[in-house]
Design a protein around this ligand. Structure first.
Ligand code: CA
Ligand code: ZN
Length: 310
């Protein structure tokens, strides 16, 4: 337990982090299913922008997105689903957002690196004397190790990783297909707020504290992670610099669950996706080398009240 989270059985500081999800990385912590962990996370720049107060500082991508972990979850085996419920997120008091020439939807307007510091207090983000808005904390990076080898924390993929879905927030449960024994969970890249698309290339990048509970569902899997909120479940699709393909994958994931778990015909699933579900963009920092992420939000109704029928 910790002072911030008395219900936590474990604490993992951000000193324990990796820049990849790797099957060979020694676990920083071992936990049992059902346990709660207080995880401290770095911002995506590992503090370098905030400490140096240099918004133009260039940081190598291999040094981006430190993910606190890996956390070995006992009983998680390939073919299972790791279940991570985000019970709480507390951000630090200051974050930063940036833009760079050649990156993001309005890149042609960007002549030089530029950034803004944001203050966060009492649930409100202050951008400047005119602009303030509510805190909507989220985790950009949440993932597990691949079967073999390793994947940097910059891309997203079937293992999760840099999913940048702003629905991965307080109260959400993220289901991650386990590929390696123990799952080897890592998380980081907290944002105080990030809009759909993350169009300039960053959210409000910030460090903080997270309380999670981990569980395992045996013998159920998907191709990509799935997120569950109070009123919806959300599938993901990831592709390299191809948002159209990412959208198609997210739709296929949603249709697959509707058919395989809830008895929809493929035709009915396709129509239901069209008339009642929301296809959207989690992250599309374009142009920029790397993965882009689409999502499909399926409302919880009696015909499909959760992602998996178990
Ligand atoms: Ca990110
Ligand atoms: Zn970020």
């Amino acid at each position: 337990m910790t002072t911030l989270y008395p219900s936590a059985q474990h604490y993992l500081s951000r000193d324990h982090h990796a820049h990849s999800f790797g099957s060979e990385i020694t676990p920083a912590l071992r936990v049992a299913a059902g346990e709660r962990i207080h995880v401290q996370t770095w911002d995506c720049y590992k503090g370098q922008i905030l400490v140096d107060a240099d918004l133009a500082k260039v940081i190598e991508s291999s040094q981006m997105n430190p993910a606190t972990g890996p956390i070995y979850v006992e009983g998680a085996e390939p073919g299972d689903m790791l279940v991570v419920t985000i019970i709480d997120i507390q951000t630090q008091a200051r974050g930063a957002a940036r833009m760079y020439p050649g990156k993001g939807q309005l890149h042609d307007k960007v002549k030089a690196p530029y950034g803004i510091f944001f203050d966060v207090a009492d649930g409100v983000i202050t951008m400047n004397e005119n602009v303030s808005f509510p805190v909507k904390p989220m985790l950009g990076v949440i993932g597990v190790a691949p079967e073999t080898g390793s994947i940097l924390t910059m891309p997203a993929g079937k293992h999760g990783g840099n999913l940048d879905n702003n629905m991965n927030t307080i109260g959400s449960t993220i289901y991650l297909p386990v590929k390696h024994p123990g799952a080897l969970l890592g998380l980081g890249d907290m944002h105080a707020s990030m809009g759909d698309g993350e169009v300039s290339g960053t959210g409000i990048e910030i460090g903080g504290d997270v309380l999670i509970e981990v569980n395992v569902i045996k013998g159920i899997t998907t191709d990509y992670p799935v997120t569950e909120t109070a009123d919806s479940w959300i599938t993901h699709g990831v592709a390299e610099e191809d948002i159209q393909l990412a959208m198609k994958i997210a739709c296929e994931e949603a249709a697959g669950l509707l058919v395989n778990h809830w008895g929809f015909t493929y035709e009915d699933a396709f129509i239901f996706l069209s008339v009642a579900c929301d296809l959207g963009i989690a992250q599309n920092v374009h142009p920029s080398p790397g993965t882009v992420i689409a999502k499909v939000r399926v409302p919880k109704i009696s015909a499909c009240p959760k992602p998996f029928k178990i």
